[in-house]
Design a protein around this ligand. Sequence first.
Ligand SMILES: Nc1ncnc2c1ncn2[C@@H]1O[C@H](COP(=O)(O)OP(=O)(O)OP(=O)(O)O)[C@@H](O)[C@H]1O
Length: 309
Amino acid sequence: MIAAEGLTKKYGSVTAVDDLSFDVLPGRVTGFLGPNGAGKTTTLRMVLGLDAPTAGRVTIGGRPYGAHRRPLFEVGALIDAQAFHGGRSAAQHLLALAHSNGIPRRRVHEVLEQVGLGDVAGRRAGGFSLGMRQRLGIAAALLGDPPVLILDEPVNGLDPEGIVWIRTLLKSLAAEGRTVFVSSHLMSEMAQTADHLVVIGRGRLLADTSVEDFVGRTSRDEVRVVTPQATELAGLLTGQGAHVQAVDGQRLVVTGTDVSTVGRLAAAHRIVLLELAAQSASLEESFMELTRDSADHTADSGNVDGAAR
Ligand SMILES: Nc1ncnc2c1ncn2[C@@H]1O[C@H](COP(=O)(O)OP(=O)(O)OP(=O)(O)O)[C@@H](O)[C@H]1O
């Protein structure tokens, strides 16, 4: 398990990570989501002891990363897919890593097969495509057979087949009981891969929730209505607790109700409807709305209770 408590990182006047607390539990894939610049990489670097927090703490299996005697057996990480010597072959790169960490040689062959690089093991890694580099980085993360995996945007550079492959891999690693923490800025991708989500915006926690609840909580179903009696219908809907936004003289966008309720209410009051349609926000839209709210919130008041949403 990974546990962050009040984790904060400031770079001069920039607060990249702001009082972040969350737990990442074993046996499931946890997606770490946020728009570009939200502070994901900074957080992961602190989890891995690559950056020191300005305040707060983060532990893996109860200890800070640096306190683990054999970290590669505890935590596998992919942070920067370019972090290898380009002149070495894929196998040489992994052998060097295995050797310096007391990992048996046979693991090199095993992980290369596992990530689909078995056939190119002898090729110079410097000539690899971005997708192949990502696979090599994942192979390195798996080398010590660790119970905890931390991957920063592993989908970057992968083709559609690679994306399906990594999705399956992450799920199978979680099903084996491992802790899998994977960052992304794509809600749609995480919705298909993760069981749980930690969402941040501007370094602050916005949501710590199951994917199911996130979708249910944030998807805002709208009803669009066109009627010549817009004022009358708006009054009736508001009276029933719905939220009504008038777009123009005849058009309304209604939330907090559903299409059949609007239709029945209109019929009961002999209101003519020219159009009546349900429209649900896509997952990506819900995510953008959640993170946009955090930006507005920051601009408005500058306090930190965004996590309450
Ligand atoms: N070394 C640094 N010095 C100064 N500012 C930094 C440094 N590293 C990150 N930042 C700033 O901290 C904020 C968070 O950056 P971070 O890279 O963690 O975000 P991210 O969510 O990983 O975004 P991306 O998906 O674009 O990588 C940004 O405003 C960034 O400019």
